[in-house]
Design a protein. Structure first.
Length: 228
């Protein structure tokens, strides 16, 4: 399931974050420092050093926005969120086809985190660059994603994906992973559909008992399927 989540960042936090990244200087490092043996040969971009003060401050802005976003919560059912990372693709940079590593070590706590959901939050406007589309090979074919600044896409971390070469300008984004309470994508997709249907029914005069039953089913399915 690929879900677009609009307006994760409003204008003010977006401007603050872009300012941080513009002033980051030497905190921009070769993206291959965090790539595994599969990703490293095809990864040509730059990212903010995870241990830098810039990363910590930028992570606070994104993490704060995620916690308050109901659509993000409903689509990913987060158990733990990997501290967001930040990357930059200048002209000629690209990230070839790969599947994200299944387990990552949390850079602060040292805990292992299973990557169930991959997320890309776009930080500048599509008009600022050519190319740089996120291409996700999903169950239903190839999906090409290039969103407005502040918008985010989440997709199964099991998907093969790539970033097409940037041919003009610079593409700025944040990316991270979510260990979901519900590891299986098809179960998460059903829960997301159920939650959306309940939310829509709640805006109508539909039978209150029936709605209560559906809410009960939603929670009981999460109880049945969740791993913490
Ligand atoms: Ni990836």
């Amino acid at each position: 399931m690929l879900v677009t989540i609009p307006r994760v960042l409003d204008a003010a936090p977006l401007a603050a974050l872009r300012g941080l990244l513009e002033r980051a200087g030497a905190d921009w490092v070769d993206g291959r420092v965090t790539a595994g043996y599969q990703g490293a040969p095809v990864k040509f971009n730059q990212q903010i050093d995870e241990r830098s003060a810039t990363a910590r401050e930028a992570q606070r802005i994104v993490a704060g926005a995620l916690e308050r976003h109901p659509l993000f919560i409903s689509a990913t059912l987060p158990n733990e969120i990997y501290p967001p990372m930040f990357n930059r693709y200048g002209a000629g940079m690209t990230f070839g086809a790969h599947v994200d590593g299944s387990v990552r070590i949390h850079p602060h706590s040292g805990r292992k985190l299973r990557t169930d959901v991959s997320a890309t939050l776009f930080l500048n406007e599509p008009a600022d660059y050519d190319g740089g589309e996120l291409e996700v090979h999903d169950t239903y074919g190839v999906q090409r994603v290039k969103l407005a600044a502040g918008d985010m896409v989440v997709y199964p971390a099991t998907s093969l994906h790539l970033v097409t070469p940037v041919t003009r300008g610079v593409r700025l984004a944040s990316f991270f992973w979510v260990q979901s309470l519900v590891a299986d994508d098809s179960r998460r997709a059903m829960l997301f559909d159920l939650d959306n249907a309940i939310q829509r029914l709640n805006q109508t005069d539909a039978d209150a008992d029936a709605r209560r039953t559906l809410v009960g089913c939603y929670h009981n399915l999460i109880r049945m399927w969740s791993q913490t």
